[in-house]
Design a protein around this ligand. Structure first.
Ligand SMILES: [Zn+2]
Length: 349
């Protein structure tokens, strides 16, 4: 519209005879202006309202970047397409104040809070004294809008009860709207075996439930945690068993991805899916993790977001995921919470 007005101005200046001189008579000018008005009204009426934005982030435990890249992962490849894959890192600033062990719960909490261990204070899987002053993404979402629906689908109960800190006064009695977890504690239904088949069975169930629940209920913000890959890493290290576990995880993600695509096809929804891991593994045999070696620190991120910011391709940290979700969902948070975040969003607002 601005261009149209200024070109008329230009024409008027050139001819010096006013707008009317462009037209043969008053009626043609009126017709022209009426047509322009109708087109403008029509254009604004056709602009559909913004789609609802929903997020699911998935953590596949303990898959080094080189292992992922060497594995057959058709679904992750499809989700990433041309632009949505990058190597990333965990472990904070090596040798600096934020250096954090490359241990599972430490990484999960860095994802949830956008901070390193020197702030969130989870240094190992026993999760002794988390500092809930650094809010999780779930608390940020709920404080922004209590009507946003949150969900967790997880093969480890502590993710909800200790890291998210559901129901604790320190988290403002944060409540998840839907939880599908804790099955690893049910030794009757899932007898524990050395080959960790029971963990694979639980992962399968968790992934299937995620897909079903997203298809039916479409929570606004979901976390999916799957464990089996880490178990195979610990047991077999770099091995065909590990590669197979990665392929199984890819298929589980594929089910969730299909549910997301189904939602987008049927409803006015835009979905962000982010998949990552919590640490790499030792270089010598791929069995251990926890230290600061390059392979233990090197992770990866897959997302369907088509145009991440340039920082996405410049070795982002696991702490960058949380502020990216904040931007995608357009969440607001208290100044002191925003200022405490270590990560930087790779998705613009
Ligand atoms: Zn782990």
């Amino acid at each position: 519209m601005l261009y149209w007005v200024s070109s008329l101005d230009f024409a008027r200046d050139e001819k010096g005879g006013g707008i009317k001189s462009l037209f043969e008579n008053d009626m043609s000018m009126i017709r022209f202006l009426a047509l322009a008005l109708i087109s403008a009204l029509f254009a604004s009426a056709c602009q559909s309202p913004p789609k609802e934005r929903k997020v699911v982030f998935i953590l596949l435990d303990g898959i080094p970047a080189d292992v992922l890249e060497a594995s057959n992962t058709p679904y992750l490849d499809e989700i990433a397409d041309e632009t949505g894959y990058t190597r990333a890192y965990v472990g904070g600033e090596k040798g600096g104040a934020s250096e954090s062990p490359t241990i599972s719960a430490v990484g999960y909490n860095s994802l949830l809070t956008g901070t390193w261990a020197n702030k969130h204070n989870v240094w190992g899987n026993s999760i002794k004294a988390p500092n809930y002053d650094y809010w999780s993404i779930f608390r940020i979402a709920k404080e922004h809008n209590p009507n946003l629906k949150t969900a967790i689908f997880s093969t480890w109960l502590d993710n909800r009860t200790k890291l998210i800190g559901e129901g604790l006064p320190e988290t403002g009695n944060l409540k998840m709207d839907y939880a599908f977890d804790g099955f690893e504690l049910d030794t009757v239904r899932f007898p524990h075996d050395a080959e960790r088949q029971y963990i694979l069975n639980i992962d399968e169930m968790v992934a299937t439930e995620t897909a079903d629940y997203i298809a039916s209920d479409a929570p606004d913000l979901s976390w999916v945690y799957l464990e089996y890959t880490d178990d195979m890493g610990h047991r077999y290290g770099d091995s065909p068993q590990m590669a197979k576990a990665v392929e199984l995880a890819d298929a589980q993600v594929g089910r969730i991805w299909k549910a997301v695509q189904q939602r987008e096809a049927q409803y006015d929804e835009d979905w962000l899916i982010i998949i990552t891991t919590d640490h790499g593994r030792t270089a010598v045999n791929g069995k251990g993790h926890g230290g600061q070696s390059d392979r233990e620190r090197t992770t990866w991120i897959v997302t369907n977001y088509p145009k991440p910011l340039p920082s996405f391709y410049q070795n982002p940290g696991i702490v960058d995921i949380m502020p990216s979700i904040v931007n995608y969902m357009d969440l607001t948070m208290p100044k002191e919470i925003a200022e405490g975040i270590d990560g930087e969003a790779f998705i613009g607002r």
